[in-house]
Design a protein around this ligand. Structure first.
Ligand SMILES: [Zn+2]
Length: 121
């Protein structure tokens, strides 16, 4: 079985990106809760308004993408733990290091990725 050893930079990059995404998702969820309670109580002081506008919140589409990307990263980190990182989940071929450099959470080799994107359309 081909074994691809991810260099430590990949794992720290994935972990860092996962943390970033989690923070952005949490912020968006908290803001949503804040908006709801603000609507219910209509108490929304100036400081809160300033905070809300300062923090760039994810749109609905961005939230969906962030959740999907976070899932991809979690799966990639699980594959690192299993020693299956860098191996295509569809055909088991090794994913090219160039592709992993651009997309460290890639789960499929480029030809399987293209095929699955075609299939989902
Ligand atoms: Zn493949």
């Amino acid at each position: 079985m081909p074994h691809f050893e991810p260099h430590s930079g990949v794992i720290s990059e994935l972990t860092r990106r996962a943390g970033e995404l989690r923070a952005a998702i949490d912020r968006r969820r908290l803001a949503q809760l804040g908006e709801l309670s603000a609507l219910q109580s209509s108490v929304w002081d100036n400081k809160d308004q300033a905070d809300a506008s300062e923090t760039a919140l994810l749109s609905d589409a961005e939230l969906d993408r962030a959740i999907a990307e976070l899932h991809e990263i979690d799966m990639a980190l699980a594959r690192v733990a299993d020693g299956a990182y860098g191996q295509c989940v569809s055909c088991s071929a090794p994913i090219s290091p160039e592709r992993l450099k651009v997309q460290p959470a890639a789960s499929r080799c480029i030809s399987c990725q293209v095929a699955s994107e075609r299939a989902s359309r």
